[in-house]
Design a binder for this molecule. Sequence first.
Ligand code: C5P
Length: 305
Amino acid sequence: MLRERQGSGPPAAFTLKAPAKVNLFLEVMGRRSDGYHELRTLMVAVGLFDRLEFAQAPPGKLALVMNPPVADRGLKGRRNLVARAAELLRRRTGTKAGAQVTLTKRIPVSAGLGGGSSDAATALIGLNRLWQLKLSRDELDVLAAELGSDVAFFLRKPSAWCTGRGEVVEPWALGVRLHLVLVRPPFGLSTAEVYGALQLSRKRLDGSKIKSATAAGNVAAIGRHLHNRLQESALALRPELKKWLGLLAAQRPVGELLSGSGSTVFALARDAADARRIAAGVRRSLPPVSRRGANEAQVFVVRSM
Ligand code: C5P
């Protein structure tokens, strides 16, 4: 059990932002005996945020308020990663403190943008502060890895080279701010299904080229070396993703790729104006059914953090 240490007065309430991420590079090195896959991935936090408001509540009470309220069961109650993060913190520290967490969602779900993982990491950071647990970043890393493969990244953002099943995080600085256009098609993808559909090939990239390109801040080279091994299996599950990648490619960005296990595809732009141009072109060419209601595709112009 981790130790709960004493400090000065606890904060009454505060808000933290939880960013989304994209993967500029993702290679699957092999399947592991624990059912996970060994990865090499370059993850970058981007300026699209969920918000978590933390407030004190009576001892024992743990309330998660979703804003806006949602029907998706995965986002509600105990299955929500924020609730799981809170319960894990309580179990490990023995704290009886209460909290009300209000989660305002903007990051699309089942999108390969890490929204749930980012919320979980932000919950660990926020509750550590609200409850004055004084857990170190290393202690939080252990809890993060239990919650999900890419939760630990969000403790060490803004950009990192991640290995293991994604939870071994080495900060990796980008030599340039990246401007991106994210397109979340009107359907999501399940990470487990995308990994399940993966045909492991013997061809593996080591990522050295994207590492040099990002370190040098060379946007054109970054565009040339974008890579995601999961794109093939996502396309096998959802062949229409090809059309969504095509919508981006038609705008002639520096490059385009699936983020993580999808379903979001993103374009790398030359600069902020180029990103706005690409987004406008994509919005104009969206199929009419994707412009409104439940079938709406979402387009975001973001930059790396
Ligand atoms: O760790 P997380 O809960 O985010 O993973 C969701 C699912 O994605 C896992 O149950 C597993 O099927 C798959 N996965 C994998 N290899 C990884 C990460 C995730 O096979 N490195």
